[in-house]
Design a protein around this ligand. Structure first.
Ligand code: ADP
Ligand code: MG
Length: 321
Protein backbone atom coordinates (compact mmCIF):
# COMPACT_ATOMS: atom_id res chain seq x y z
CA UNK A 1 0.00 0.00 0.00
CA UNK A 2 1.20 3.49 -0.85
CA UNK A 3 2.46 5.42 2.17
CA UNK A 4 2.01 9.12 2.81
CA UNK A 5 5.35 10.59 3.90
CA UNK A 6 3.63 13.66 5.32
CA UNK A 7 1.13 11.75 7.46
CA UNK A 8 2.07 10.77 11.00
CA UNK A 9 0.17 8.95 13.71
CA UNK A 10 1.17 9.89 17.24
CA UNK A 11 0.32 7.60 20.16
CA UNK A 12 0.36 9.27 23.59
CA UNK A 13 0.76 7.21 26.78
CA UNK A 14 -1.69 7.36 29.68
CA UNK A 15 1.04 9.21 31.56
CA UNK A 16 0.65 12.05 29.03
CA UNK A 17 -2.37 13.18 31.07
CA UNK A 18 -1.60 12.12 34.61
CA UNK A 19 2.14 12.07 35.16
CA UNK A 20 3.91 10.59 38.14
CA UNK A 21 3.26 12.60 41.30
CA UNK A 22 0.14 14.32 39.91
CA UNK A 23 -3.01 14.09 42.02
CA UNK A 24 -5.08 14.15 38.85
CA UNK A 25 -6.89 17.46 39.37
CA UNK A 26 -8.39 19.21 36.34
CA UNK A 27 -5.43 21.63 36.53
CA UNK A 28 -3.02 18.67 36.26
CA UNK A 29 -4.95 17.34 33.27
CA UNK A 30 -4.93 20.72 31.51
CA UNK A 31 -1.23 21.31 32.15
CA UNK A 32 -0.36 17.89 30.69
CA UNK A 33 -2.73 18.31 27.72
CA UNK A 34 -0.92 21.54 26.79
CA UNK A 35 2.47 19.77 26.88
CA UNK A 36 1.14 17.21 24.38
CA UNK A 37 -0.57 19.94 22.32
CA UNK A 38 2.65 21.95 21.95
CA UNK A 39 4.44 18.87 20.58
CA UNK A 40 1.58 18.13 18.17
CA UNK A 41 1.43 21.73 16.92
CA UNK A 42 5.20 21.82 16.37
CA UNK A 43 4.88 18.76 14.16
CA UNK A 44 1.96 20.33 12.28
CA UNK A 45 4.08 23.46 11.73
CA UNK A 46 6.67 21.23 10.01
CA UNK A 47 4.04 20.48 7.37
CA UNK A 48 2.84 17.08 8.59
CA UNK A 49 -0.78 16.00 8.78
CA UNK A 50 -1.33 14.45 12.19
CA UNK A 51 -3.64 11.86 13.70
CA UNK A 52 -3.38 11.32 17.46
CA UNK A 53 -4.31 8.42 19.68
CA UNK A 54 -3.97 8.15 23.45
CA UNK A 55 -4.03 5.66 26.32
CA UNK A 56 -6.73 5.62 29.02
CA UNK A 57 -5.58 3.09 31.63
CA UNK A 58 -5.56 5.46 34.63
CA UNK A 59 -8.84 7.09 33.54
CA UNK A 60 -10.74 3.82 33.08
CA UNK A 61 -9.49 2.92 36.55
CA UNK A 62 -10.86 6.18 37.96
CA UNK A 63 -14.27 5.72 36.29
CA UNK A 64 -14.45 2.14 37.61
CA UNK A 65 -13.78 3.43 41.12
CA UNK A 66 -16.50 6.07 40.80
CA UNK A 67 -18.96 3.44 39.61
CA UNK A 68 -17.97 1.10 42.41
CA UNK A 69 -18.27 3.79 45.09
CA UNK A 70 -21.71 4.97 43.90
CA UNK A 71 -23.17 1.60 42.91
CA UNK A 72 -26.01 1.74 45.49
CA UNK A 73 -27.32 4.99 44.02
CA UNK A 74 -26.29 4.89 40.35
CA UNK A 75 -26.27 1.63 38.37
CA UNK A 76 -22.72 0.82 37.23
CA UNK A 77 -22.11 0.97 33.48
CA UNK A 78 -20.15 -1.48 31.36
CA UNK A 79 -16.49 -1.26 30.33
CA UNK A 80 -17.18 -0.32 26.69
CA UNK A 81 -19.24 2.62 27.96
CA UNK A 82 -16.45 3.58 30.39
CA UNK A 83 -14.05 3.52 27.42
CA UNK A 84 -16.35 5.84 25.47
CA UNK A 85 -16.41 8.22 28.46
CA UNK A 86 -12.60 8.44 28.46
CA UNK A 87 -12.58 9.25 24.74
CA UNK A 88 -14.81 12.25 25.46
CA UNK A 89 -12.85 13.29 28.55
CA UNK A 90 -9.36 13.12 27.07
CA UNK A 91 -10.48 14.02 23.55
CA UNK A 92 -11.96 17.27 24.82
CA UNK A 93 -8.78 18.18 26.72
CA UNK A 94 -6.67 17.58 23.62
CA UNK A 95 -8.83 19.43 21.09
CA UNK A 96 -9.14 22.46 23.36
CA UNK A 97 -5.41 22.57 24.15
CA UNK A 98 -4.54 22.13 20.46
CA UNK A 99 -7.01 24.84 19.41
CA UNK A 100 -5.53 27.36 21.84
CA UNK A 101 -1.94 26.39 20.99
CA UNK A 102 -2.60 26.82 17.25
CA UNK A 103 -3.83 30.34 18.00
CA UNK A 104 -0.83 31.10 20.26
CA UNK A 105 1.56 29.85 17.59
CA UNK A 106 -0.15 31.89 14.88
CA UNK A 107 -0.93 28.90 12.65
CA UNK A 108 -4.67 28.66 13.16
CA UNK A 109 -5.28 29.78 9.57
CA UNK A 110 -3.19 26.88 8.18
CA UNK A 111 -5.10 24.05 9.81
CA UNK A 112 -8.73 23.69 10.77
CA UNK A 113 -8.10 22.75 14.36
CA UNK A 114 -8.63 19.42 16.04
CA UNK A 115 -11.59 17.08 16.32
CA UNK A 116 -12.02 14.06 18.60
CA UNK A 117 -14.08 11.02 17.65
CA UNK A 118 -16.04 8.44 19.56
CA UNK A 119 -14.28 5.58 17.86
CA UNK A 120 -14.93 1.83 17.85
CA UNK A 121 -12.38 -0.86 17.12
CA UNK A 122 -13.36 -4.38 16.12
CA UNK A 123 -12.02 -7.45 17.91
CA UNK A 124 -12.62 -11.10 17.02
CA UNK A 125 -15.25 -13.25 18.65
CA UNK A 126 -12.83 -16.21 18.65
CA UNK A 127 -9.81 -14.30 20.03
CA UNK A 128 -7.99 -16.53 22.54
CA UNK A 129 -7.77 -13.51 24.87
CA UNK A 130 -11.45 -13.98 25.91
CA UNK A 131 -10.50 -17.13 27.77
CA UNK A 132 -7.50 -15.53 29.47
CA UNK A 133 -8.19 -12.10 30.99
CA UNK A 134 -4.92 -10.29 31.80
CA UNK A 135 -5.54 -6.56 32.21
CA UNK A 136 -6.13 -5.20 35.72
CA UNK A 137 -8.92 -2.59 35.97
CA UNK A 138 -10.57 -0.72 38.82
CA UNK A 139 -10.20 -0.96 42.58
CA UNK A 140 -8.32 -3.35 44.82
CA UNK A 141 -10.36 -5.73 47.01
CA UNK A 142 -9.12 -7.33 50.22
CA UNK A 143 -12.34 -9.10 51.29
CA UNK A 144 -12.44 -12.54 49.62
CA UNK A 145 -16.16 -12.88 50.36
CA UNK A 146 -16.87 -9.72 48.33
CA UNK A 147 -14.64 -10.98 45.52
CA UNK A 148 -16.66 -14.21 45.36
CA UNK A 149 -19.95 -12.31 45.38
CA UNK A 150 -18.87 -9.99 42.55
CA UNK A 151 -17.66 -12.94 40.48
CA UNK A 152 -21.06 -14.58 40.96
CA UNK A 153 -23.27 -11.53 40.49
CA UNK A 154 -21.47 -9.76 37.67
CA UNK A 155 -19.49 -12.57 36.11
CA UNK A 156 -16.21 -10.76 36.76
CA UNK A 157 -12.87 -12.54 36.90
CA UNK A 158 -10.40 -11.63 39.66
CA UNK A 159 -6.69 -12.17 40.03
CA UNK A 160 -4.22 -11.38 42.76
CA UNK A 161 -2.39 -8.14 41.98
CA UNK A 162 1.38 -8.34 42.53
CA UNK A 163 0.98 -5.08 44.49
CA UNK A 164 -1.45 -6.77 46.90
CA UNK A 165 -5.15 -7.60 47.13
CA UNK A 166 -7.53 -8.85 44.45
CA UNK A 167 -8.39 -6.98 41.30
CA UNK A 168 -10.70 -7.46 38.40
CA UNK A 169 -8.99 -8.61 35.20
CA UNK A 170 -10.46 -8.23 31.73
CA UNK A 171 -9.47 -9.64 28.35
CA UNK A 172 -7.31 -7.64 25.96
CA UNK A 173 -8.16 -8.99 22.50
CA UNK A 174 -6.11 -8.11 19.43
CA UNK A 175 -7.63 -5.26 17.39
CA UNK A 176 -8.02 -5.79 13.64
CA UNK A 177 -10.24 -3.00 12.24
CA UNK A 178 -10.96 0.64 13.07
CA UNK A 179 -14.70 1.03 12.44
CA UNK A 180 -14.60 4.79 11.72
CA UNK A 181 -11.48 4.76 9.52
CA UNK A 182 -13.19 6.28 6.47
CA UNK A 183 -14.45 9.23 8.53
CA UNK A 184 -10.93 9.74 9.93
CA UNK A 185 -9.47 9.75 6.40
CA UNK A 186 -12.02 12.31 5.25
CA UNK A 187 -11.28 14.61 8.19
CA UNK A 188 -7.51 14.38 7.65
CA UNK A 189 -7.96 15.15 3.95
CA UNK A 190 -9.93 18.24 4.92
CA UNK A 191 -7.07 19.49 7.07
CA UNK A 192 -8.24 18.49 10.54
CA UNK A 193 -5.98 17.13 13.28
CA UNK A 194 -7.90 13.99 14.32
CA UNK A 195 -7.96 12.41 17.78
CA UNK A 196 -9.07 8.80 17.31
CA UNK A 197 -8.83 5.25 18.65
CA UNK A 198 -8.60 6.70 22.19
CA UNK A 199 -7.76 4.11 24.82
CA UNK A 200 -7.30 1.57 22.05
CA UNK A 201 -10.83 2.23 20.83
CA UNK A 202 -14.19 1.04 22.18
CA UNK A 203 -14.04 -2.74 21.76
CA UNK A 204 -16.82 -4.13 19.57
CA UNK A 205 -17.44 -7.60 18.20
CA UNK A 206 -18.94 -8.11 14.75
CA UNK A 207 -21.98 -10.37 14.72
CA UNK A 208 -24.00 -11.89 11.90
CA UNK A 209 -25.18 -9.36 9.33
CA UNK A 210 -22.53 -6.84 10.38
CA UNK A 211 -24.17 -5.88 13.69
CA UNK A 212 -21.74 -4.56 16.30
CA UNK A 213 -21.83 -5.26 20.02
CA UNK A 214 -19.72 -3.62 22.76
CA UNK A 215 -17.47 -5.95 24.74
CA UNK A 216 -16.21 -6.13 28.32
CA UNK A 217 -12.58 -5.75 27.37
CA UNK A 218 -9.83 -3.20 26.92
CA UNK A 219 -7.71 -2.94 23.79
CA UNK A 220 -4.03 -2.05 23.89
CA UNK A 221 -3.71 1.49 22.55
CA UNK A 222 -0.37 0.86 20.80
CA UNK A 223 -1.69 -2.17 18.87
CA UNK A 224 -4.90 -0.32 17.96
CA UNK A 225 -2.80 2.71 16.96
CA UNK A 226 -0.89 0.50 14.53
CA UNK A 227 -4.12 -0.80 12.99
CA UNK A 228 -5.23 2.80 12.39
CA UNK A 229 -1.84 4.06 11.15
CA UNK A 230 -1.66 1.20 8.65
CA UNK A 231 -5.25 1.67 7.45
CA UNK A 232 -4.61 5.40 6.94
CA UNK A 233 -1.46 4.68 4.94
CA UNK A 234 0.55 6.84 7.35
CA UNK A 235 4.27 6.97 6.63
CA UNK A 236 5.21 7.35 10.28
CA UNK A 237 4.00 5.80 13.52
CA UNK A 238 5.36 7.55 16.62
CA UNK A 239 4.81 6.27 20.18
CA UNK A 240 5.46 8.87 22.88
CA UNK A 241 5.73 7.68 26.47
CA UNK A 242 7.68 8.35 29.70
CA UNK A 243 10.94 6.67 28.68
CA UNK A 244 13.37 7.83 25.96
CA UNK A 245 13.29 4.62 23.92
CA UNK A 246 13.23 0.82 24.01
CA UNK A 247 16.09 -0.66 26.04
CA UNK A 248 17.83 -4.00 25.95
CA UNK A 249 18.30 -5.38 29.48
CA UNK A 250 16.09 -2.60 30.81
CA UNK A 251 16.96 -1.61 34.41
CA UNK A 252 19.51 -4.43 34.57
CA UNK A 253 23.24 -4.60 34.08
CA UNK A 254 24.26 -3.97 30.49
CA UNK A 255 21.17 -1.83 29.87
CA UNK A 256 21.34 -0.13 26.47
CA UNK A 257 18.92 2.09 24.62
CA UNK A 258 18.23 1.12 21.02
CA UNK A 259 18.81 3.98 18.57
CA UNK A 260 18.29 3.12 14.92
CA UNK A 261 17.23 -0.51 14.55
CA UNK A 262 15.94 -2.59 11.65
CA UNK A 263 12.68 -4.45 12.05
CA UNK A 264 14.43 -7.85 11.79
CA UNK A 265 16.90 -6.95 14.57
CA UNK A 266 14.03 -5.71 16.71
CA UNK A 267 12.07 -8.93 16.14
CA UNK A 268 15.04 -10.90 17.42
CA UNK A 269 15.27 -8.77 20.58
CA UNK A 270 11.50 -9.09 21.03
CA UNK A 271 11.67 -12.87 20.91
CA UNK A 272 14.59 -12.79 23.38
CA UNK A 273 12.18 -11.28 25.93
CA UNK A 274 13.59 -7.75 26.38
CA UNK A 275 10.16 -6.08 26.33
CA UNK A 276 7.58 -7.13 28.94
CA UNK A 277 3.87 -7.53 28.13
CA UNK A 278 1.67 -4.66 29.26
CA UNK A 279 4.33 -1.94 28.90
CA UNK A 280 7.17 -1.93 26.33
CA UNK A 281 6.10 -5.25 24.74
CA UNK A 282 3.02 -4.01 22.88
CA UNK A 283 4.85 -0.83 21.77
CA UNK A 284 7.64 -2.84 20.18
CA UNK A 285 5.16 -5.31 18.66
CA UNK A 286 3.12 -2.41 17.24
CA UNK A 287 6.28 -0.96 15.61
CA UNK A 288 7.22 -4.35 14.14
CA UNK A 289 3.72 -4.80 12.68
CA UNK A 290 3.68 -1.26 11.27
CA UNK A 291 6.93 -1.73 9.33
CA UNK A 292 5.94 -5.23 8.16
CA UNK A 293 2.66 -3.79 6.87
CA UNK A 294 4.63 -1.35 4.73
CA UNK A 295 5.19 1.64 7.04
CA UNK A 296 8.25 3.79 6.38
CA UNK A 297 9.37 4.36 9.95
CA UNK A 298 8.15 3.70 13.50
CA UNK A 299 9.61 5.24 16.65
CA UNK A 300 9.37 5.08 20.44
CA UNK A 301 10.53 8.01 22.57
CA UNK A 302 9.86 10.42 25.39
CA UNK A 303 6.87 12.76 25.17
CA UNK A 304 9.09 15.71 26.13
CA UNK A 305 11.25 15.02 23.06
CA UNK A 306 8.29 14.35 20.79
CA UNK A 307 9.36 16.77 18.11
CA UNK A 308 12.90 15.34 17.94
CA UNK A 309 11.51 11.80 17.86
CA UNK A 310 9.38 12.71 14.82
CA UNK A 311 12.42 14.35 13.20
CA UNK A 312 14.26 11.07 13.74
CA UNK A 313 17.04 12.38 15.98
CA UNK A 314 15.87 10.95 19.33
CA UNK A 315 14.27 7.77 20.60
CA UNK A 316 14.33 4.28 19.14
CA UNK A 317 13.88 4.53 15.38
CA UNK A 318 12.61 1.38 13.67
CA UNK A 319 13.21 1.05 9.93
CA UNK A 320 12.61 -1.63 7.27
CA UNK A 321 15.33 -4.20 6.73
P1 ADP B 1 2.32 4.21 28.35
O1 ADP B 1 1.38 4.69 29.38
O2 ADP B 1 3.02 5.31 27.62
O3 ADP B 1 1.72 3.18 27.42
P2 ADP B 1 3.74 2.08 29.76
O4 ADP B 1 3.88 2.26 31.23
O5 ADP B 1 2.74 1.12 29.25
O6 ADP B 1 3.53 3.53 29.14
O7 ADP B 1 5.17 1.67 29.13
C1 ADP B 1 6.32 2.47 29.35
C2 ADP B 1 7.15 1.86 30.48
O8 ADP B 1 7.75 0.64 30.04
C3 ADP B 1 8.34 2.69 30.91
O9 ADP B 1 7.98 3.62 31.90
C4 ADP B 1 9.33 1.63 31.44
O10 ADP B 1 9.34 1.64 32.86
C5 ADP B 1 8.75 0.31 30.99
N1 ADP B 1 9.69 -0.62 30.32
C6 ADP B 1 9.66 -1.96 30.51
N2 ADP B 1 10.60 -2.56 29.75
C7 ADP B 1 11.23 -1.59 29.05
C8 ADP B 1 12.29 -1.60 28.07
N3 ADP B 1 12.85 -2.74 27.67
N4 ADP B 1 12.69 -0.41 27.57
C9 ADP B 1 12.12 0.75 27.98
N5 ADP B 1 11.12 0.80 28.90
C10 ADP B 1 10.66 -0.34 29.42
MG1 MG C 1 0.86 1.23 28.05
Amino acid sequence: MLRDERLVLIALGGNAFQSRGDRGTPEDYWRNAYVAARTIVRIVKEGYRVAVTHGNGPQVGIISEWMEALKERVPPQTLDIAGAMTQGWLGYLLVQAIHNTLIEEGVYDRVRGAVALVNRVAVREDDPAWANPTKFVGSWYTDEEEVRRLSRERGWTFKRDPRGGWRRVVPSPDPYRNVEVEAIKALLREGWIVIASGGGGIPVVERAGGRLEGAEAVIDKDLAGEVLATALGAGHFIILTDVDGAYLNFSREGSRRLGRVTVSELERYYSEGHFPPGSMGPKVLACIRFIKHGGLRAAIGHLYEGYEVVKGVRGTQVVPG
